[in-house]
Design a protein around this ligand. Structure first.
Ligand SMILES: NC(=O)c1ccc[n+]([C@@H]2O[C@H](COP(=O)([O-])OP(=O)(O)OC[C@H]3O[C@@H](n4cnc5c(N)ncnc54)[C@H](OP(=O)(O)O)[C@@H]3O)[C@@H](O)[C@H]2O)c1
Length: 314
């Protein structure tokens, strides 16, 4: 268990996930939290990471720093996604082990699972089939990170764990028109359509694919919970357990944003995978459950979008 005064490093604290973990730690009264911005400490630089761990020696590490992006970004820059993520993970996890970190939690993503994995996807379907091509480089880097944690546990007796979230959304999301994920992209498009008085918004496909979304503060609650209560080599899935069709999602976003025009489905465009859902029975058996309903969470995300300067680049 982390003590309230334990030294905790949140890597990537300015990101959506790292920011939510920082809020949750502060909410729970943890007071000895160490952070560095990307400009202060480039985690892909081994010597800089080494110096940081030698000087600070954090007892606990949440590794929420990563190069993250949507399909277009992943598909067009696979070399960058692989290089940055592999370097960053290996440097931080390796230094955490060598400088005596008591526990590290590694953040991955549900894209590590095979493209045709049985739905809902269980943790043990990892490495049972081919990956989705568009984000293969990112997924391979994430699989390497979680496996490196597992190998250190096995070879050196560390207590390093990993968590794999579904699609996330919430305060601090990225709203870049091409580089963002589906939900923040929809929030931006419907907001802009409302402001411009556009009579219709065109969406890709027929709206039938089923997806899952988790409010980022719910994930942060799970991350802190797992740091205190879970040890093991197998990763832990993080999801809401609720499926929503892209059509329903689009209607919720339009309602929350207050867009009154119509929505047209361009069926000449691809739908993508028909269903993507995580099996979250493992996290639930440990005693955790997501608490933010989708529409309420989207309303909170939209409030944050309106109130804060929008981050459009990674
Ligand atoms: N967003 C989602 O829907 C989602 C879903 C599932 C899993 N996850 C996982 O959650 C984790 C965090 O994602 P996120 O959405 O919070 O991403 P994010 O908002 O882009 O945050 C990532 C943070 O990492 C920092 N960073 C990137 N490269 C760095 C480097 N070389 N050195 C130091 N800092 C660096 C970024 O700083 P700069 O912005 O300054 O580069 C940023 O603050 C990732 O592992 C991701 O796979 C996210």
């Amino acid at each position: 268990m982390m003590e309230k005064g334990s030294k905790i490093f949140v890597a990537g604290h300015r990101g959506m996930v790292g920011g939510a973990i920082l809020r949750e730690l502060r909410r729970q009264g943890y007071e000895n939290i160490v952070t560095r911005t990307h400009a202060e400490l480039d985690l892909t630089c081994q010597a800089a990471v080494e110096d940081f761990f030698r000087a600070e020696r954090p007892e606990y590490v949440f590794l929420a720093a990563a190069k993250v992006g949507g399909i277009v970004a992943n598909d067009t820059a696979p070399a960058d996604f692989m290089y940055v993520n592999m370097m960053l993970e290996m440097n931080v996890v390796n230094a955490a082990w060598r400088y005596g970190c008591k526990k590290l939690e590694f953040l991955g993503s549900s894209c590590i699972y095979p493209r045709l994995a049985p739905q809902p996807m269980k943790e043990d379907c990892l490495l049972t089939g081919a990956l989705e091509k568009t984000n293969e480089a990112y997924a391979l880097a994430k699989i390497s990170g979680l496996k490196y944690c597992e190998y250190l546990n096995r070879q050196y007796g560390t207590d390093f764990i990993s968590v794999m979230p579904t699609n996330l959304y919430g305060p601090g999301d990225n709203y870049h028109p091409e580089h963002s994920h589906v939900l923040p992209a929809l929030i931006r498009r419907f907001h802009e359509a409302k402001v411009a008085g556009a009579p219709e918004v065109v969406c890709w496909g027929d709206g039938s694919p089923l997806r899952e979304f988790l409010y980022v503060d719910d994930l942060a609650g799970l991350c802190v919970f797992l740091m205190n209560r879970y040890s093991g080599n197998e990763t832990v899935n993080a999801g809401s357990g609720q499926e929503v069709s892209i059509r329903e999602l689009t209607e919720i976003v339009a309602r929350v944003v207050g867009y009154e025009g119509s929505i047209r489905w361009d069926v000449s465009r691809p739908n993508g995978t028909p269903r993507k859902l995580l099996d979250i029975s493992k996290a639930e058996a440990l005693g955790w459950r997501a608490s933010t309903p989708l529409e309420a969470g989207i309303a909170l995300a939209y409030k944050d979008f309106l109130e804060n300067p929008v981050r459009t680049e990674r």
